[in-house]
Design a protein around this ligand. Structure first.
Ligand code: ZN
Length: 215
């Protein structure tokens, strides 16, 4: 497969992720973590993103930088013909474990939200202790379904861009995205274990991806 062949040049791409080495690929996440190669060089990026402008503590992940990656992924999702939503899963050591675009297309799956699909993948492949200490960075606030998936997967933290309330202002009752405006904190508050929530963050940047999408 041509994509795998190109992996031989990945060492240089570790410093190039903002441009996206996967540009032009229909489904970058299909090879991203499955091959076990992605984590190798994404780990370099993860370390680079730790201790950024959110905190002086170098053990604190840079939420803004990781969220910008998720927003960049949502831009790629739209470019690939999907709804402009995406999420990334960041592990305890700051490495990006998985990426997921919205998966409405090609089968018109109304439950194919990026967070829900990502949590299904993560739950099936990662141990509970990793999930408990991992963070999902997602371009928009998880809806009730996705917050439920995050809870059931046992994830420890959510960082989101666009709030559901603002997303609702953007999408209205569009048949492909009749936004379910329920704060994810409300869903998590009904659970039996804590899920830390950070957001909204970078709302204007996260909203920009939706320009002209739902009108
Ligand atoms: Zn959702």
């Amino acid at each position: 497969m041509a994509v795998k062949d190109s992996m031989s040049a990945l060492s240089g791409l570790a410093f190039n992720l903002w441009r996206g080495p996967w540009c032009g690929l229909a489904s970058p996440w299909q090879w991203w973590d499955v091959e076990g190669i992605g984590a190798l060089f994404v780990g370099n990026q993860g370390r680079a993103l730790r201790g950024g402008n959110m905190s002086d503590n170098t053990s604190t992940p840079d939420h803004v930088a990781f969220l910008r990656l998720a927003i960049a992924e949502s831009r790629l999702a739209r470019a690939a013909g999907n709804h402009p939503f995406a999420s990334i899963l960041v592990g305890p050591d700051g490495e990006i474990l998985m990426r997921q675009h919205n998966a409405f297309m090609p089968e018109h799956d109304m439950t194919g939200h990026a967070e829900r699909v990502l949590m299904t993948r993560a739950s099936k492949s990662l141990p509970p202790e990793i999930l408990r200490n991992s963070t999902i960075y997602t371009s928009a606030e998880p809806c009730a379904m996705c917050a439920g998936a995050i809870y059931w997967a046992g994830l420890g933290r959510v960082v989101y861009g666009l709030s559901e309330a603002r997303l609702k202002e953007i999408t209205g009752d569009h048949p492909e995205n009749p936004t379910l405006d329920l704060p994810c904190r409300t869903v998590f508050a009904a659970g039996q274990r804590p899920v830390e929530v950070v957001g909204p963050l970078l709302e204007d940047e996260a909203a920009e991806i939706h320009d002209g999408m739902w009108g």
